[in-house]
Write a protein that binds this ligand. Structure first.
Ligand SMILES: Cc1ncc(COP(=O)(O)O)c(C=O)c1O
Length: 282
């Protein structure tokens, strides 16, 4: 049984308990992060902690810990659970209070973290690419906040799975925002397009790194959402997330994307991404 962290304590997962009055449970009132760990070292931790702060600010919650305290706790949790490659999940909810939409006062947030083995990205996803479907973006107007309230994302992802696809690409007002659990990219005539960082998308930590790597490699990037027609005609499509890295999309709503195989610019970025990981750069 893995150890988890709850409100300042490490304890076996089956002994960790949260009140039924926790606002995370009753109202979905909380935010979270998912951080990959390679060979015992957190990947791009500073970016994740910065985004956690932005999410907390966005829902008017105080951060229960300093970045230094988060880092120390996460490193201990990873160690206790055997090091290696892990996926760390952090969650902060507004805490325990009688159920009411209005925020309670004087309540301590509930801070929780768990760490599980990081599943390697299946080779076949990279060799063949993955299938996605397009769906209307039914989420709220603050998708830049990493809120635990994931019912729309979950419904969308399930619809993708029901149709044999890995991800749902979301369309809002005729434009591609992102995936239900990933950022999305279209390559058109050698340029990478991805939606700008605004309230319609989560500012992905993997997205940030991909844009850095593209810039270093001299691959042009335009932070602009593509419309549905451009999406259908793109030479390459990709999705990215901390646990899936960068994946080529080769089937869009049952139709091949570009040549139908993972494209050359994806291959270039994937090589750079893997090299960056190997260097253990945080
Ligand atoms: C909606 C959404 N967009 C984008 C991402 C990718 O973010 P990151 O690269 O920080 O994992 C995620 C990750 O879970 C997500 O849920």
């Amino acid at each position: 049984m893995n150890d988890v962290f709850l409100n300042g304590q490490f304890l076996p997962a089956d002994q960790a308990q949260v009140s039924v009055f926790d606002r995370g449970f009753l109202l979905g009132d909380g935010v979270y992060e998912v951080i990959p760990v390679y060979a015992g070292r957190c990947f791009r931790l500073a970016g994740h902690l910065e985004r956690l702060q932005t999410s907390l600010d966005g829902v008017r919650m105080k951060n229960p810990y300093s970045d230094h305290d988060w880092q120390t706790m996460i490193e201990q949790l990873v160690d206790r659970n055997g090091g290696g490659d892990q996926s760390v999940y952090l969650q902060v909810t507004r805490g325990v209070a009688p159920r009411d939409h209005v925020f309670p006062t004087g309540v301590k947030p509930t801070a929780f973290a768990m760490s599980n083995p990081l599943q390697p990205v299946p080779e076949k996803y990279k060799k063949q690419g993955v299938a996605v479907i397009t769906m209307p973006d039914i989420r709220w107007q603050n998708c830049n906040i990493k809120a635990i309230t994931l019912l729309p994302n979950s419904l969308l992802k399930q619809q993708a799975q029901d149709q044999g696809a890995l991800e749902a690409l979301l369309i809002r007002d005729g434009f591609l925002t992102e995936g239900a659990a990933s950022n999305a990219y279209a390559v058109i005539e050698g340029t990478i397009y991805t939606a700008p960082k605004d309230e319609k998308v989560l500012p992905g930590i993997t997205r940030e790194l991909i844009l850095e790597l593209a810039e270093e490699a001299g691959i042009p990037v335009i932070e602009k959402a593509v419309n549905e027609a451009q999406l259908k005609q793109a030479d390459e499509l990709w999705i990215s997330s901390s646990t899936k890295e960068v994946l080529p999309v080769t089937l869009l709503d049952g139709e091949p994307v570009g040549s139908g195989s993972p494209g050359p610019i994806w291959q270039q970025i994937d090589v750079l991404y893997q090299q960056y990981k190997q260097r253990g750069t945080s």
